[in-house]
Every structure is written in C-alpha cells, then in structure tokens.
Design a protein around this ligand. Structure first.
Ligand code: ZN
Length: 173
C-alpha cells in the first residue's frame, strides 16, 4: 500500500472515515466539500435552534440543573427542605405535566416529568400536620394493656372500677 494519496484515494479515505480533510490544492475544488459543509450547517441549525421552555420553581427548596428544557426532554427537580410534622403538596401549573414523585434519603423529594411545549411552574404547599390533624391532640384513649379498659359508653380509658367520665361500672365482658 502506497503512502502517498492520489486525489481518488483521498476521496475514498474521506468517505470511509467521515472525516473532512481540509487541504489546500485540488481537493478543495471537489464539489463534495460545499455539499458536506451545507449538510453540517443544516444539522447545526437543527441542533441549536430547538425551542426551550422555562422551568419556574416557586418556593425555596427546589433544585434543578437547568432552567429551560426542550419539549420532550426529561426534567428532574429535587426538593430537600424537608421538615418533620409538615405535609407537602407539590403541583405543576398545568394538567399535561405528569409529576412523578419519589423520595430518596439523599436528595429528599425527586420529581421527574417530560417537558411539554410550554413553560412549566412547579409549586409547593406545605402545612404543619400537627395543626391540621384533628387526631393529633386527642388523648390517647385507645391505650391498652394491664389494668386499662375502654368505657363502652363514652370511650374513655379507665384504670379503676368505674368510668371516670360517665361513672358506669367496668363491664365484665
Ligand atoms: Zn364512660
């Protein structure tokens, strides 16, 4: 095999490897060069011209690698402002965003969804479950164990022979 290319051999090598060898001389006059450059330009326009849509994150604690995504791109947002006794409600501002919610001990909540063809805003509502939960401050009247009995009349837990709330005698069951 020869070490020096003729124009014909160079053309073959270029086509095989896909590499454009820019070399002054007769090869530059080859009609394939402008064609290849044209194809690359078109690919470049398609690659860079994709419309991006904004991801807006409402509230502290949301984290995302990017603030804009192309349609169909997978969006990942994490939320790590987790407090105990607090319920979180996460939602997107649009019905066509299907939020997938996971919880991981390292990042907190992890949300993924596919970017639609419009801007998306993620929001969080948090509330203290201790304030809202109607059962949170109820006395532990479901205690069980030695000596305790639950009054069938009023539901109070009692230790003695009579209900301390309504006074009926401990049933014998
Ligand atoms: Zn009672």
């Amino acid at each position: 095999m020869s070490n020096s290319f003729t124009t014909g051999e160079l053309k073959t090598a270029t086509m095989k490897t896909g590499v454009i060898l820019l070399r002054p001389g007769s090869y530059m006059k080859n009609k394939q060069i402008p064609l290849l450059i044209g194809v690359l330009l078109i690919m470049g326009i398609i690659g860079c011209g994709t419309t991006k849509y904004n991801l807006e994150l409402d509230g502290n604690g949301f984290k995302s690698d990017k603030t804009s995504y192309a349609e169909g791109e997978k969006v990942k947002v994490t939320y790590d402002m987790i407090a105990t006794d607090t319920d979180y409600n996460f939602y997107a501002d649009s019905d066509d965003v299907k939020l997938e919610q996971e919880y991981d001990g390292k990042h907190g909540y992890v949300f993924t969804f596919v970017m639609p063809a419009h801007d998306v805003k993620l929001s969080v509502k948090s509330r203290n479950s201790m304030e809202i939960d109607p059962n949170a401050n109820k006395p532990a009247d479901k205690r069980s164990g030695a000596g305790f009995w639950v009054c069938p009349e009023c539901g109070t837990s009692n230790e003695g022979k009579y209900c301390c709330e309504c006074g009926i005698e401990k049933p014998t069951w």
